[in-house]
Design a protein around this ligand. Structure first.
Ligand code: HEM
Length: 913
């Protein structure tokens, strides 16, 4: 039997299976609450010195006291870390016993050191900086003790040379009493334990005073948007500025700005309120917003499983929540309720439990939500974060080795900065020189490291700490857990209700990792360090960036942070937050925050629903309803720009893939109504080209309707059918005109079926959507296209006439039968006719260039089997055509993978007029 949990497999059973999984988690969480919450502090003594004043009834205090009025020290700064494992097993390891066995530096060298960077493809780098930002709200063991450091012998051949590596010990708890002698060591949290934004606001009045402006409830911020910084270190002055790098600079600046935006809004609504009143409310709102973003955005990105997605949603809103942002799972939750109420409940049968358990508070929480519930509930154990919680959040492998900076929209690295050069004072300089929006974009499109073995960034394994010297953080991570009495991996699992592993192979079957694990731990699974075991777990629930051991700790603490806090339960109400403040929390997402303070990111964030997943081309279900320009921006910025080929890296143009022009592909071409190619669609013809944004400027008074009266938002793709050396030079264009709230209209045009032979000048000839069938059509495409159309060489433009760009339908449409794209005279002779790569020519054309005059005729398209007669008809039509407008580039032409394989231009057949 597998040692791993089984709830993920319930997902296969459909919606009710997902809910069976969710209830399993809820019930397990209840068991954990009963068995795994341990308080090791002396709160009555601490309470004696605290008076909760009138302000603290409706505001968070600086030091976290008075959240629980009846037990005011609970969760405040300098309270001890609690435990999630029985304290009797938490005696810290010492040099006299197992602290140095196996050698933690050896663990770091063999099992942690990163060879090649292993990315976590489902997340972006914002997710990494975000969790460190959160950790800095939650926990801090304070500065390490200077005396009597731990000396770790350096293994033979170590990169640090010979001798010993010295690591300072965790600062001891000065509040220990004589009565506690012989009991396991305790450590104090130098932050408040609450989810109260203390990384921004500090955990003491002294720090808090430094960050406040004392005007209109705002925090201090410089005129250029940067935070005031410390004179010597250059690091910003903020609640917590330890372990600093540019990712933290970005987040602290962003949420300081968000605080000030909230304060401005409140000042407007409540102009006569004091600075203190405004500040207190803005802090409540900003902290709750960060907690909500973490709960319903970050976490579902990191553990992206249908069960946990719903569980996290339920934590904030409850599955039965009502209101515009709260009703996502209502229908499913009703289905679950009905099932649970039925005598033959599918879910209860799967779970093997009876109805009495189904009514437990765990399930009520899932259905009704935690946030806003009537009273805080600490399950009888004072709220603290725990040593085990700290242990599972040692997620340093998330860090990349460098920050790659891109221009907004681009996928070409503009600047690559080694992570160490983004630290401390350099972080703020970098934020200013590269600009926050470029960095956000760059973080949005790059991945963090994955939480696996041998993926620990080497810069953190040789990290310079001011006044301390160089440390190996991987060694320190391993040492800390041992020092603080966090049980080793297998015992840790037993203690938190998980099956222990029985062999190394349970963790991984990857041969090198397996051999290294066995060697370092002397074939003894009980010696595996918790951090190593967690990173080694290869069996993970689908979508999970970390494994189930960390998750078990996570489900307790993530819920407790909310359910024990008065400001997320009883006092999560308008009288405390203000109505406007509550609405701010409820209606704001991370994408909104990013956009509010970086309007330049609007197009990069189009369609991005979760800011922590890699930003890319997203086509959400409501895409078609978007305004024309938003659709154009999305495909341009997130499709074309993001996949632009680097200079000198244009792909080789292959010959036309006649075999690829099989009926099914062609059917897609005429049937699929989409702007982005269906998965697996390949351009068998015209595989390579360039694309730009384009607008159609109409000739006033032209006789045609709809888009012929103007189309400001479009894409124009210019390509050749295939390798000109093999197929002759066959230029073609495809134009997509976007329409507000309706599907785009598309048309393609060619010079002729066989092209223009050895003339490589793209603008030598006119193109049209109708070309005369040719007897000597070298490719046989006419025959192929006849599989799907009676008039295979004709594309209709009737639909262009039926709708205006604002989405309005035209009552009496008038469409031409044939249109001609006539290259502007100044372009006709600009480029060489000799053999060369045409894309080089087109890439020189910039925004504002007019490419084509568009001519149109309404003459009927007649053909004859006598080619010369057909040609005469064609000439007659051409001479009757009048100019109806011009196509002008609104961006440069660029070559991109999206242009070559992603964008889709539907063909309108003769039959579909
Ligand atoms: C440039 C990035 C980072 C640097 C320089 C850094 C540095 C450090 C340092 C120096 C410590 C204290 C080591 C000690 O106990 O002596 C630490 C602890 C820790 N770090 Fe990081 N870190 C970084 C990123 C992260 C990230 C992305 C996470 C993700 C969750 C993280 C989570 C933690 C945790 C949970 C601790 C333990 C805190 C405690 O013992 O109270 N760190 N880090």
């Amino acid at each position: 039997m597998s040692v791993w949990v089984t709830w993920p497999s319930l997902v296969k059973l459909g919606t009710l299976g997902i809910y069976a999984g969710l209830i399993t988690l809820a019930l397990e969480r209840d068991v954990l609450f009963k068995n795994n919450l341990f308080d090791v502090d002396n709160l009555p003594a601490a309470n004696a010195n605290i008076t909760c004043d009138a302000r603290s009834q409706g505001a968070r205090t600086e030091d976290g006291t008075c959240n629980i009025l009846a037990n005011p020290a609970e969760g405040s700064v300098y309270r001890r870390f609690g435990r999630n494992v029985d304290p009797t097993v938490t005696h810290g390891e010492t040099e006299a016993d197992t602290l140095l066995s196996p050698n933690p530096r050896e663990v770091s060298n063999v099992l942690m050191a990163r060879g090649e960077f292993k990315p976590a493809p489902s997340l972006n780098f914002i997710a990494a900086s975000w969790i460190q930002f959160m950790v800095h709200d939650w926990v801090d063991h304070g500065p390490n003790a200077e005396d009597n450091p731990i000396q770790i012998p350096l293994p033979a051949g170590d990169a640090f040379g010979s001798g010993a590596l010295s690591v300072r010990r965790t600062q001891l708890d000065p509040t220990r009493t004589a009565a506690e002698a012989g009991k396991p060591q305790t450590y104090r949290n130098h932050n408040t334990h609450w989810w109260d934004g203390s990384q921004l606001y500090g955990s003491s009045k002294e720090t808090n005073d430094k960050v406040r402006s004392f005007v209109d409830g705002k925090l201090k911020i410089n005129a250029d948007g940067t935070l005031p910084s410390e004179y010597l270190s250059g690091k910003p002055i903020t609640g917590v500025n330890e372990n600093w790098w540019v990712g933290l600079s970005m987040l602290h600046q962003l949420f300081t700005k968000e605080h000030n935006a909230i304060a401005s809004m409140l000042k407007q609504k409540y102009p006569s309120q004091s600075d203190q009143w405004l500040y207190d409310r803005a802090r409540l709102v900003n902290s709750a917003l960060m907690a909500k973003i973490h709960t319903v955005e970050w976490t579902p990105a990191v553990i992206a499983n249908p069960v946990t997605e719903r569980a996290m949603y339920a934590n904030w809103w409850g599955l039965l929540g009502s209101g515009p942002n709260r009703d996502k799972y209502q229908d499913e939750a009703r289905m679950l309720q009905e099932d649970l109420a039925s005598s033959n409940s599918f879910v209860l049968r799967i779970l093997g439990i009876d109805g009495s358990q189904a009514g437990s508070s765990a399930i009520d929480h899932a259905l009704a939500g935690i946030v806003g519930s009537t009273n805080p509930n600490n399950y009888g154990v004072p709220y603290t974060l725990t040593e085990e919680f700290v242990a599972v959040y040692r997620m340093h492998p998330l860090m990349r080795d460098k920050v790659d900076v891109y221009d907004i929209g681009s996928n070409v690295i503009a600047n690559s900065i080694p992570l160490p050069n983004t630290r401390d004072g350099d972080a703020e300089d970098l934020l200013s020189s590269e600009s926050p929006e470029r960095l956000w974009y760059s973080f949005g499109i790059t991945n963090p490291g994955s939480l696996t073995l041998n993926n620990y960034p080497n810069f953190l394994r040789n990290l310079s700490i001011p006044l301390v010297g160089n440390i190996d953080l991987a060694t320190v991570d391993v040492l800390r857990d041992r020092e603080r009495g966090v049980p080793r991996y297998n015992e840790f699992r037993r203690e938190i209700g998980l099956n222990p592993i029985t062999k190394f192979e349970d963790l991984t079957t990857e041969p090198v990792a397996l051999a290294n694990l066995k060697r370092v731990y002397g074939n003894d699974i009980e010696k595996i360090d918790t951090l190593v075991g967690m990173l080694a777990e290869t069996v993970r629930p689908d979508g999970f960036a970390f494994g189930e051991t960390a998750f078990q700790i996570f489900i307790m603490n993530a819920s407790r942070r909310l359910m024990t806090d008065r400001f997320y339960t009883k006092d999560y109400r308008p009288e405390v937050y203000t109505a406007e403040g509550l609405a701010w929390v409820e209606n704001t997402t991370m994408v909104d925050v990013l956009k509010r303070h970086n309007p330049q990111l609007d197009s990069s964030l189009l369609g991005v629903e979760n800011a922590f997943k890699p930003w890319g081309l997203n086509i959400p279900v409501d895409y078609e309803n978007w305004p024309a320009q938003a659709k154009q921006d999305n495909l341009w910025v997130n499709g074309a720009l993001r996949t632009q080929y680097a200079e000198g890296q244009l792909p080789v143009i292959p010959p036309v893939d006649v075999g690829g022009l099989i009926g099914s592909v062609l059917w897609k071409k005429v049937q699929t109504r989409t702007d982005v190619a269906p998965v697996g669609h390949e351009k068998a013809m015209h595989p390579n080209g360039v694309m730009a944004k384009v607008k159609f400027i109409p000739v006033a008074g032209n006789p045609y309707t709809g888009l012929f009266q103007g189309a400001d938002s479009g894409l124009l793709r210019l390509s050749v059918a295939g390798d000109p050396a093999k197929n002759g030079f066959q230029p073609g264009l495809a134009w997509k005109a976007f329409v507000n709230g309706k599907p785009s209209q598309n048309v393609s045009a060619l010079v002729s079926l066989s092209g223009q032979g050895s003339n490589y000048n793209f603008f030598a000839n006119e193109l049209s959507q109708y070309v005369v069938p040719e007897v000597n059509d070298t490719l046989g495409t006419t025959i192929l296209f006849s599989a799907v159309s009676l008039k295979p060489t004709l594309l209709r433009v009737d639909d262009f006439a039926k709708v205006a760009q604002n989405g309005q339908a035209v009552t009496t449409p008038k469409a031409p039968t044939q249109i001609y794209f006539v290259p502007k005279s100044e372009l006709r002779s600009r480029f060489s006719t000799a053999a060369h790569d045409f894309r080089g020519d087109l890439l020189t054309l910039t925004a504002g260039t007019k490419l084509y005059d568009v001519y149109a005729t309404s003459m009927e398209i007649k053909t004859s089997i006598i080619p010369s007669t057909s040609r005469t008809y064609a000439q007659q039509r051409r001479s009757s055509a009048v100019k109806v407008g011009e196509l002008e580039l609104t961006s440069p032409l660029i070559a991109s993978a999206f242009g070559d394989s992603g964008v889709f231009f539907k063909h309108q057949r003769h039959e579909d007029k």
